[in-house]
Design a protein around this ligand. Sequence first.
Ligand code: PLP
Length: 396
Amino acid sequence: MSDIQKRSDAVFIGNYSRYPVTLVSGKGCVVTDEDGRQYLDFLAGIAVCSLGHCHPDVSEAIQKQASELVHVSNLYYTTPQLELAERLVANSFADKVFFCNSGAEANEGAIKLARIHSAPGKYQIISLEGSFHGRTLAALAATGQPRFHQGFEPIPEGFVHAPFGDLAALETMISESTCAILCEPIQGESGVRPLDTEYLKGLRKLCDRHGLLLIFDEVQTGIGRSGRLFAYEHSGVIPDIMTLAKALANGLPMGAMLTTDAVAKSLLPGTHATTFGGNPVVAAAAVAVLDSMLAPGFLDGVALRGQYLQDQLAGLVPLYPELLEGVRGTGMLQALVLTEKGKTQGTEIVRAMLESGVLINFAGNAALRFAPPLIATEAEMDTVVEKLKVVLAGVS
Ligand SMILES: *Cc1c(COP(=O)(O)O)cnc(C)c1O
């Protein structure tokens, strides 16, 4: 264990189990540790550094803004957040935007908005089993994974979890008190599990029929990850509220909640706020991110290379049938689904990949997740797949 790791263990609360690596710099898809070892980063800070590490336009935007104005409070107007909001509105279903600092905070905002927008007595939100919406108490309550709730009871009221992908079961849970349905178009943390288009269309119909709001948590799938700017575009199903965070500012902490004019008007002055949300530096970074992603051809390239990655990963499945069950994902959010035997070795596989110079993770105790920077090349994907072959051969 290095000196930095020993000192860290002495002073940090132990809520993270970290790998024994101290990363000191990054460029593109490569990060470097304190000993000068390089790693291909196919996790990108968990779908955050989508333009790669230290993207020149983003770093320049941060530096420029940091020497002009860093923070003044949302009591005043600032231009970078306006430029960002205009871009988000112009490129999504939404008419209105609220900026915050994380995915959980964006979901808290969505939960509050859904409640205040709905008639008195309508407060309950239906989310899905296997979902992940963040660690703050309401976002945690929405999260449909009991293991994250343990020890934190009482969990805030007003949330129920429907079985994944079962529209009929969800419909039976709608009651007088329901105000919204919340889901990720592709569940990220439980192992990259997409909801199919028919299901999403069914949710929209249920919401329209029962007067409910449809909330899409695109914290992980949004901002280009799926090969479109937002994953909802694949299904054509339009939500009433959408939350964003992870890739929005390519690594600076930033979240956003987007909605329609009709819903936005319920959030009156004084009902919701955040100190740092949309400050000039993070907003300037996010403007640079969107300008890169909206450049002609960028997202098409993500879709094409995402398909390439999926094809290469699919090629491994028949080679290691005792470990691998299949591949699933969209764009550059891909997963190798592990068999029951494979699941017992997921942690070991990720660790062996790290030792061979590749960062990936084991999502939901179910699948190996690949979320490389969206700029990852086919050659970089080939390298990862070759190393994975060696690791899987060693494990099986
Ligand atoms: C990561 C994630 C969150 C939580 O985001 P934080 O920034 O960690 O609070 C919420 N929803 C989804 C789908 C996520 O992937």
